[in-house]
Design a protein around this ligand. Sequence first.
Ligand code: UDP
Ligand code: MG
Length: 159
Amino acid sequence: EREQEDNKHSEMEQTFIMIKPDGVQRGLVGEIISRFEKKGFYLKGLKLINVERSFAEKHYADLSAKPFFNGLVEYIISGPVIAMVWQGKNVVITGRKIIGATNPAESAPGTIRGDFAIDIGRNVIHGSDSVESARKEIALWFPECPFNWQSCLHPWIYE
Ligand code: UDP
Ligand code: MG
């Protein structure tokens, strides 16, 4: 029973995924959403927004000492982004795999960055790097929260 509880809990894992301004401008929104949907993850939140500089700085606060920080913030505020919450078993780590390595020069073909990006500073998409940062990012981007519905597909995706 304990194991069943753990399984249920891991199926509830959530990650924060953002399609960056280049992904929106280039018309990759449908393609990207489709990849997460087809995998079997549940879309639990979505909005198109322009973020303020201070908000982008907050989202990337951990990187504020990096030389690319200002350019990164400029990039994120350069146009609307799509902010999303995706849910499923191991969605944080699997989401990172679907996205691919940070530098598109090293992202495998078949990943989003491997298929659609060239430069590290135009790499199309963000995904949380841990359950803990997912929790923080979801709270920052979706303060209105909780997204509680269950897909009727659930028993067809989870055993
Ligand atoms: N970035 C950059 N130059 C670098 C490293 C990162 O412009 O040398 C940008 C890139 O867009 C990346 C973002 O900063 O996606 C955040 O960096 P992080 O190391 O968190 O990579 P990610 O988690 O997005 O793969
Ligand atoms: Mg990161």
